[in-house]
Ligand binder design. Structure first.
Ligand code: GTP
Length: 355
């Protein structure tokens, strides 16, 4: 079976991490996020995938090459201008090898999902659908378009995101298309599957099927979700063939963690990174070459490559860009983002009102 993976987005919500690295290539549990998706797809029977690239396209092929390390065949197609989700799918059509009536899996490159992909394909074939969408239920559907279904599982509407959503059943970003439907997407201009292709198929009376599966699911598009995905993979909350050993933390052999420091909650301390005495690192990603000073508290955060956090800092729910230097005694909280190479003087930022 073959798949298309959409990996061309700019990942603006994850800046500054995505200034240099596209979102699907950011490290989660120590390897590019996309590795987990591809490895899970491979386990479900996908032997060939075409990556629809645009933003920083070259990085993908440099890392994954022909896909041999994943025991699958990878191909790459780059849009000169971003074509949106539908345009990106259409743009790879001439690289697909499936027959017109065969299923092709399409994955957003920023979803971590434990759902049963093979069962989604089987549901698509049983319903003889044009498209079958993986749907999940979320606690707060306001950030999503809702996708209600009827008793037979057919999608009845695509409702744009709103402050008062009609349902908490949402598009989970994994589709099975009948190949000929991909060939029918218009060429030469940006197209959104969510806003254009799917509503048009519904209006034309095509079978648009929902596949509801509430297994583990996370859209990793925000910093909070990204660190959570990495921590969940490290701890084995979601199994990934690309995480050979699960545990409380992943500490690379070349990293140096002081014996009095604690690294827990699914954190990663990557190659050549250091964590000094008394520091506490929880559910965070410390990228290669970064250093965390004595007594620091790092929680649900990303410390970028070669960044330096000096002693006594608190970094919570925040991102420190590559090569940034955070002087001693700073407190970063609640979505703070420090741009790459920026230096913050000692004790420049504190959150407590009593300081
Ligand atoms: P934000 O800018 O933070 O919203 O992230 P994003 O650019 O990734 O956008 P979004 O999360 O809506 O994208 C969903 C998926 O589609 C991601 O896997 C993107 O990589 C992919 N994607 C978005 N736009 C394009 C595009 O124009 N071309 C291709 N090939 N993929 C796209």
């Amino acid at each position: 079976m073959e798949a298309v993976v959409l990996v061309g987005g700019q990942g603006t919500r994850l800046r500054p991490l995505t200034l240099s690295t596209p979102k699907p290539m950011l490290p989660a549990a120590g390897v590019p996020f996309l590795t987990h998706q591809l490895a899970r797809a491979r386990a479900a029977g996908v032997t060939r995938a075409v990556l629809a690239t645009s933003y920083r396209a070259e990085v993908f092929e440099e890392h994954f090459g022909d896909g041999a390390s994943l025991a699958m065949h990878l191909d790459y197609v780059t849009e000169r201008e971003p074509m949106g989700t539908g345009g990106g799918i259409r743009n790879v059509a001439d690289r697909l090898t499936s027959a017109p009536d065969e299923p092709v899996i399409v994955l957003n490159g920023d979803i971590l999902s434990g759902h049963d992909l093979a069962a989604q394909v089987a549901a698509h074939q049983a319903a003889q659908a044009a498209v079958t969408l993986h749907l999940v239920h979320v606690a707060d559907p306001r950030a999503f378009g809702s996708v209600p279904t009827g008793a037979d599982g057919r999608v009845t509407a695509f409702v744009e995101k709103s402050p008062e959503p009609v349902s908490n059943q949402v598009n989970a970003g994994c589709y099975v298309f009948t190949r000929s439907v991909i060939d029918g997407i218009p060429t030469g201009r940006p197209v959104s599957v969510e806003r254009e292709t799917f509503p048009q198929l519904l209006a034309a009376g095509a079978v648009v099927q929902g596949f509801v599966d509430d297994a583990y699911w996370l859209d990793v598009g925000t910093p909070q979700a990204f660190v959570r995905a990495s921590a969940d993979l490290v701890r084995g909350v979601l199994a990934s063939p690309a995480v050979p050993r699960i545990g409380a933390a992943l500490i690379r052999r070349s990293a140096r963690v002081d014996a009095s420091a604690s690294v827990t909650g699914g954190s990663v301390v990557d190659a050549d990174a250091t964590v000094a005495a008394g520091a506490r690192v929880t559910s965070s990603i410390v990228m290669p070459g970064a250093s965390v000073g004595a007594g620091c508290v790092i929680e649900s955060s990303v410390v970028g490559r070669d960044a330096v956090i000096e002693a006594g800092c608190v970094v919570a729910d925040s991102i420190v860009g590559d090569g940034a230097r955070i002087g001693a005694g700073n407190e970063l909280r609640a979505g703070a983002r420090v741009w790459p190479e920026v230096t913050l003087p000692d004790r420049a930022l504190r959150f407590s009102s009593d300081v």
